[in-house]
Design a protein around this ligand. Structure first.
Ligand code: TXA
Ligand code: MG
Length: 358
């Protein structure tokens, strides 16, 4: 009974699009696939519906939601103005994994969506199911990633079920998502400059091809210590995606020094009773014979690492891993978003292979 649905946890069945759209219209919550990760949607104008999203996720109330639209004309109903820079980005990247932070038009959206800010984050997802669902619902759809707060974002309907079964109105199963990492969140200045508030599926290089200058919010880097500015995207201050085991990212001047340090650290951890695993690129697989290796794919195609990362972090928990090392990748292209998520998952624990470790 593919289209049927009930709140009963044992029947967390996938639902038909029409049925899901009707649930959204009636003020309920529905999880749906996008090209990045699964989202948990609600009518962005309906405060009770939006509050149900926060409750299901266990999300802090000061972390605002992204509003998803299906047509360009919906944007003008939600925001006060779209400057030339933002317009160029929309032309280049919508539908797609780019979220724009724009001045919100008062009185349209539930104030719970924007968390008291005078801006709203909006995107048009590049996924046929998401676009049809939003169009059919006939409302702007507020949708954070459909995970419990602090868990990796869901890239499969099964991940949504694990986290939210019994807590939401329903789910539309669209199979695995494409990018596997969330959208890039940006703010576009009148002068052609773009600030990345959260790296994601659209890379800094892609943005730079369309606008005058691209910078990354300095508040993004590192543990918020004294002197570090707060991130401009409220969500970036929370520890996300943390696996149950202790995760560290390993980097160094050469692949051989990195894999050597990882081998020594894994052996030492195993000797003290840890259950260990390494998240590694395929180019280095031969260096970890005898170890539990979770593949991030090839360094030549970081898309694979993006698609796999969240699923592998969940897998570490399922497999009872207590000690995890992850190879760093160059923070260029999609590597910027991958390193951002890895470092957050690791609580910014980094091991550096250098002469002192030899
Ligand atoms: O790919 C995605 O963006 C996914 C899919 C479902 O679309 N959604 C997603 O939503 O990642 P969420 O809620 O997990 O992340 C939204 C991010 C948070 O970091 C939040 O703080 C930021 O966007 N954000 C939302 N509104 C904002 C605003 N007005 N100003 C700055 N940052 C904002
Ligand atoms: Mg999220």
């Amino acid at each position: 009974e593919g289209g049927s649905y009930t709140r009963h946890p044992s029947q967390f069945a996938a639902m038909a699009l029409q049925e899901a759209a009707a649930l959204l219209r009636s003020g309920d919550t529905v999880a749906f696939p996008t090209e990045t990760v699964y989202g948990l949607g609600a009518d962005a104008r309906n405060t009770a519906a939006v509050e149900a999203v926060f409750a299901a996720k266990g999300r802090p109330a000061d972390n605002p939601l992204i509003v998803h639209i299906a047509r360009r004309s919906q944007l003008d109903e939600l925001v006060q103005q779209v400057n030339g820079t933002a317009e160029a980005l929309i032309q280049a990247f919508w539908p797609g994994p780019l979220t724009l932070v724009l001045p919100v038009r008062p009185g349209v959206l539930s104030p719970r969506v924007t968390g008291g800010l005078d801006t709203v984050a909006v995107r048009m997802p590049d996924h046929p199911v998401a676009l049809r669902l939003i169009a059919e619902a006939g409302c702007p759809v507020a949708a954070p990633s459909a995970n419990r707060s602090g868990r990796p974002s869901p890239t499969l309907a099964e991940h949504v079920r694990e986290d939210l079964q019994g807590r939401i109105g329903g789910i539309v199963n669209g199979g695995p998502t494409g990018v596997g990492l969330e959208s890039t969140v940006v703010q576009a200045g009148d002068d052609g400059t773009v600030t990345i508030l959260r790296p994601g599926g659209i890379t800094a290089e892609q943005l730079a091809a369309v606008c005058a200058a691209v910078t990354t919010d300095p508040g993004l880097d590192g543990e918020a210590g004294p002197g570090t500015p707060a991130p401009r995207s409220p969500g970036m201050k929370y520890t996300h995606y943390a696996p149950l085991g202790r995760l560290s990212v390993v980097e160094g001047p050469s692949p051989a020094m990195v894999t050597g340090l990882i081998r020594r650290e894994l052996a030492a951890a195993e000797a003290s009773g840890e259950r260990t695993a390494v998240l590694a690129f395929d180019e280095h697989a031969a260096d970890y014979i005898g170890q539990r290796v979770y593949s991030l794919g090839s360094l030549d195609t970081l898309q694979e690492a993006g698609q796999r990362l969240y699923g592998l972090l969940r897998r570490c928990d399922e497999d009872g891993i207590t000690f995890i090392l992850a190879e760093a990748c160059p923070p260029r292209g999609l590597g910027e978003a991958i390193m951002n998520r890895l470092l957050k998952a690791a609580g910014h624990r980094v091991l550096r292979a250098d002469a002192a470790n030899e």
